[in-house]
Write a protein that binds this ligand. Sequence first.
Ligand code: ATP
Ligand code: MG
Length: 232
Amino acid sequence: MLEVKEINQFYGGSHILRDVSLSAPVGECSVVLGRNGVGKTTLLKCLMGILPIKSGQMLLDGKDIAKMSPEQRVRAGLAYVPQGRDIFSTLTVEENILIGMAKFSGAKTRKVPSHLYEIFPVLDEMKHRRGGDLSGGQQQQLAIARALASEPRVLILDEPTEGIQPSIIKDIGRVIRKLADQGEMAIVLVEQFYDFAEEFADNYTVMARGQVVAQGRGDDMPEKGIRELVAI
Ligand SMILES: Nc1ncnc2c1ncn2[C@@H]1O[C@H](COP(=O)(O)OP(=O)(O)OP(=O)(O)O)[C@@H](O)[C@H]1O
Ligand SMILES: [Mg+2]
């Protein structure tokens, strides 16, 4: 379980995150919703240790991770699929996935586990192609496979459906659901689209201007009042 308790973050004098709290239990897809610029990516960067927080707590299975470096957090079990994917376009698909295994040592760092190619068969077909040759949707699948390669306890995804064709959105959705249902990891999914969130959220958090403005169980996510706070 990942817990965020009343975190505050500033960019210079701008107060970007204001007392943000949420819980992401193992076996659930925890969706964070909100429009452009409300602070979703900032929250995820704080979780990963890429940005410092001014106050608050971040706990992984009860252990405080707030002072850890990004590398230490990856070792502790966090994996991040950044907005815009950030795959290495000159490296092959296989090399990109192997980068996700850097926290391991020995022979384990040299072979992509077959289950990752089973999750995303297209990556198996394209494993010797360069990352930059893949479509946007395939690159997103690659970024998710790279994150999964670290065998995370918490998988953090920043708008994985952004700019991707509907058929691949469906594939990605199926994978996220399956991973959550396997019950071995917590998933934190940032989204702007109500319908996608409504389909996948076991619990939801809606942000507006750096604050949590609604939170609850996915089954009880009210359409009225929330649709206005997201993109569509
Ligand atoms: N490096 C930065 N320096 C200063 N302000 C920043 C920086 N990055 C983001 N911001 C500001 O912080 C706020 C939150 O940005 P953030 O990227 O977290 O939003 P977001 O919810 O992820 O938006 P989007 O849906 O467009 O990805 C915005 O007002 C943005 O302008
Ligand atoms: Mg963002």
